[in-house]
Write a protein of this length. Structure first.
Lengths: 116, 115
């Protein structure tokens, strides 16, 4: 596609429910990142995929958070037993195969998650 | 672990004033450095990046940044700001090591430019 697409753009859920957030990266980009951004903060790293595998998931806050990228393209961030503190904008970014030239990361518009 | 520090959380300037936003990172190896901008209601966009070579890099809209390796810094500058530069600015770093490409952001600087 032309850019990184994230769906839904807004999600309101009740505390304790399960949610899935989807990211459709730019076609051919092998690297995919998930971030969480709270009001007044910078993007907080959650997880980074290189192809299908999670190269680094050290930013996932706890075991309620999980992400997959089964075919090396679309990724889904899954949050179980949501809590009010999970409310934030969840950002996805993709980069072409990292190599020479420092390819930039392209960001989606984000999913605004509100847990009530 | 790598980290990025941005010194100013809020900056208020008048149009035509000069801008410098500080950014320091912690990582001893090879890095790629980026400045991203987020205009109100829009997604993050790249302003400029440093990969190698000339430590003074020029980006879009008259912005530039200087990589000073000895100071672990990558400060963003613009000689004369405009009202349309009102936005939030984020410094980011990738520590390059054996194909490892974790992209880490600073907390951001919110810039308000008054006419």
């Amino acid at each position: 596609g032309a850019g990184v697409s994230q769906t839904p753009s807004n999600k309101v859920t009740e505390k304790g429910k399960y949610v899935e957030l989807r990211c459709d990266p730019i076609s051919g980009h092998t690297a995919l990142y998930w971030y969480r951004q709270s009001l007044g903060q910078g993007p907080e790293f959650l997880i980074y995929f290189q192809g299908t595998g999670a190269a680094d998931d050290s930013g996932l806050p706890n075991d309620r958070f999980f992400a997959v990228r089964p075919e090396g393209s679309v990724s889904t961030l899954k949050i179980q037993r949501t809590e009010r503190g999970d409310s934030a904008v969840y950002l996805c970014a993709s980069r072409r195969d990292p190599g020479e030239g420092a390819p930039e990361a392209f960001f989606g518009q984000g999913t605004r998650l509100t847990v009530v | 672990a790598q980290s990025v520090s941005q010194h100013n959380h809020h900056v208020i300037l008048s149009e035509a004033a000069s801008l410098e936003l500080g950014c320091n990172y912690s990582y001893g190896g090879t890095v790629n450095l980026f400045w991203y901008v987020q205009y109100p209601g829009q997604h993050l966009q790249l302003l400029l990046k440093y990969f190698s070579g000339d430590p003074l890099v020029k980006g879009i809209k008259g912005f530039e940044a200087e990589f000073i390796k000895s100071k672990f810094s990558f400060n963003l500058r613009k000689p004369s700001v405009q009202w349309s530069d009102t936005a939030e600015y984020f410094c980011a770093v990738i520590a390059r090591s054996g194909g490892y490409n974790k992209l880490i952001f600073g907390a951001g600087t919110r810039l308000a430019v008054h006419p």
